[in-house]
Design a protein around this ligand. Sequence first.
Ligand code: ARG
Length: 413
Amino acid sequence: MSTRKVVLAYSGGLDTSVAIPWLRERGYEVIALTIHVGQPVDLQAVRKKALASGAKRAYVVDARDEYAREYLRPALQANLLYEGQYPLSTALARPLIGQHLVAVARKEGAGAIAHGCTGKGNDQVRFDVCTTSLAPELEVIAPAREWGMTRDEEIAYAEAHHVPVAARRASPYSTDENLWGRSVECGILEDPAVEPPEEVYGWTTSPERAPDKPEYVRIAFEGGAPVALDGERMSLRPLIERLNRTAGAHGVGRIDHLESRLVGIKSREVYECPAATVLLAAHQGLEAMTLPRDLLAAKRGIERQYAQAVYDGLWFTPLRTAFDAFVGATQERVEGEVAMKLYKGQARVSGRRSPFALYRQSLATYSDGDEFRAESARGFIYVWGLPSRTWAAVGEKRAPGARVTARTTRRSR
Ligand code: ARG
């Protein structure tokens, strides 16, 4: 293992490009690694740019299917939403990238990995924790956390070190994209009093300008995971890609979140998660039909904790494994088809059916064929309400203002 060899998570952007000469100046040989998780990227161009910036070797890995299968499937089964709003689209990709960084570091005999995160976000925590919990011996370097350069200084540094700099003016926003969603921060979004301007959105039509006619999509689930869209069987990755386009065109999946970061900062984040929004609503709609009330309630509690663990970078931990085992045990009967209505920014369940439905029309109906034995309700309610009636009755015996202790004292005299 060479302590002077580092595997860098390379996006092709300014920060990670500048990181290459910065690491080389500190005596490291740099191996670049780019992971395709569904961001708009020309992998071959990124690879060339890494080499042009001074990387010794550059790997590119298309991990989209793996991401869908190993990360998004369990996230959907667990209905993961951080603070009830954010589908964790950025957070979920971090352990996957970390896993690949570790694999390449092992293959290359590198002693360190590096990433482009600054010191203010959650992603630095996720990369540092996810990689070292898989490979505790690795050193983690975050150049942008250390170098203290402004953007202009970075550009000057890039030019001085022959790093190709994109000609177009940099966007005021910081974005991150993958199959599960697009995250946007910075610029005018830093003022939480201001409505996000239309220009921050890249995947969704504004609900106001979305089609005047609703569109329906049918999603079939087996084992709590989608297996078909509108009757056509397909694997999860293409299903998500197609739903992102269909739902995005109806303005579905815009999220404006005032978010509590793990590092203590409150930040304003805008997300576009069309497919995630539709799938999470459909999945929950099917669970409502197929899981008993107590299990649903217990699962909601686990889901909140699971979401927080993912947000906090704790993917490769026994905690997450245990959450996953719980959720896995609940999904076998989450099977059936859900119709979703997409209209002007909303995605709602419009119909559902399941071979494991606990909903029985013969029990629920107010019409003919009612099988519910309503005469039993009286006895059930007598027993069910017994504790609260007893409580109330005991309380009535105490006159207002009278103290139990006073009465006891009197009697004992
Ligand atoms: N706040 C989100 C998270 O911690 C997303 C961060 C996205 N990064 C970005 N460059 N916009 O998961």
